[in-house]
Design a binder for this molecule. Sequence first.
Ligand SMILES: Cc1cc2nc3c(=O)[nH]c(=O)nc-3n(C[C@H](O)[C@H](O)[C@H](O)COP(=O)(O)OP(=O)(O)OC[C@H]3O[C@@H](n4cnc5c(N)ncnc54)[C@H](O)[C@@H]3O)c2cc1C
Length: 407
Amino acid sequence: MTRAAPTTVLIAGAGIAGLTAALAFAQRGFSVAVFERAASLEEAGAGLQLSPNATRILDRLGVLPALAATAVAPSRVVLRRGSDLREIGRVPLGEAGLRRWGAPYLTAHRADLQQALLGQVHKHPGIALGLATPVTGLDLSGGKAAMVMDDGKRDGLLIVGADGVWSPLRHQVDPAASRAFSGHAAFRSTVTADSRAGQFLAGAGERGSVTAFLHPAFHLVAYPVRAGDSFNLAGFMASREPSTGDHDGLAGRFADALARTALRPLAQAVPAWSVWPLHTVSSSRWTLPEGAALIGDAAHAMTPFAAQGAAMAIEDAERLAAAVVARPDDLAAALAAWEDERRARVRRVARRGALNRLAWHAAGPVALARDLLLTLRRQESFAADLDWLYGYDAEAGSMRVHASEPS
Ligand SMILES: Cc1cc2nc3c(=O)[nH]c(=O)nc-3n(C[C@H](O)[C@H](O)[C@H](O)COP(=O)(O)OP(=O)(O)OC[C@H]3O[C@@H](n4cnc5c(N)ncnc54)[C@H](O)[C@@H]3O)c2cc1C
């Protein structure tokens, strides 16, 4: 396909994937139109850990300064047993992580990230954002890519489906794609640092940390957000697929599980847990050669046990724009190369998430062996184990690790 000048990239969805893609394409000279179903971009979701592979891209896109006002740079990840709060492992972040991976590890509220992305989008004259504009499909007939909305069609160079787990575009790219409940639910809450729950966490030494409390029945991750004024709590437990009517019962089951451990004071102090069924998406096709690509959760929603769903969406977006620019005269080849590269990376990340879940929910002798292994492990070795993930430089499409840190 020959292209004389950049033409419009059409994006469905103004979540993390869609807004990052808008910036990545606009920065490379494309005009971009984003269509979002919601009438306003409100506070959806809760906290996010943003690892260096993601923040490196956000920095390049000019998003970090706005995010810095509210994001927190934790000094470490600490693994603790939920049964007695004993520390069994730690990964140094903060300055050590910055030196090692070349970009910060941050924790932030999802709404703060979305606002920071949106701020950059509004500054860019090449990006048009349409709210309350649901995309209903795509049309690739006649060799042209078009996005279909209630009120008509819009032609473009490329259609990007960044429309999340429930993506209506996905079935047009891969009719055999499936979405399934993962067998786990998430339980989320945000507590202020000066609340009883916040004081319990600070008292356990967790003010500047990402802490994962591990237990056979659940794991709970706590970290500071909103400039340290609040803690985000995200717990995970095996569950049947919750229907809306089940939420109170499930939240009660989760609080009961916490209350049977050393986290009892936290269980008593957290006023409410919101329940999030965790879905995964499996699709054997993320692109169509005529000009369509699915990115982020629309393509490959995964369980959050490696805390990488948003990071993969950000990487997808950056690498897609880079791939299209690298093959300006052959969009089909660009999309095929992008999909090959991204599949390998996303598969590896999903495997890491599955491994984390097994290790963190281990019971009996397996948990004892895990604790022994982790306790004996040097911090340097924990960090080195994450180099392939956090050291990834999406601009170069390769890994970069800056320094090895003494433990
Ligand atoms: C409990 C939990 C904890 C998590 N923790 C982390 C973490 O620590 N780190 C991390 O990296 N990831 C984490 N994730 C994953 C992360 O939240 C998601 O992977 C990420 O938000 C996906 O972004 P997205 O833009 O692909 O999809 P979404 O955020 O779902 O955005 C999709 C957008 O498309 C819009 N849309 C939908 N349909 C249409 C349509 N027809 N037309 C137009 N617009 C449409 C939606 O309104 C929405 O704005 C976590 C997830 C959960 C559930």
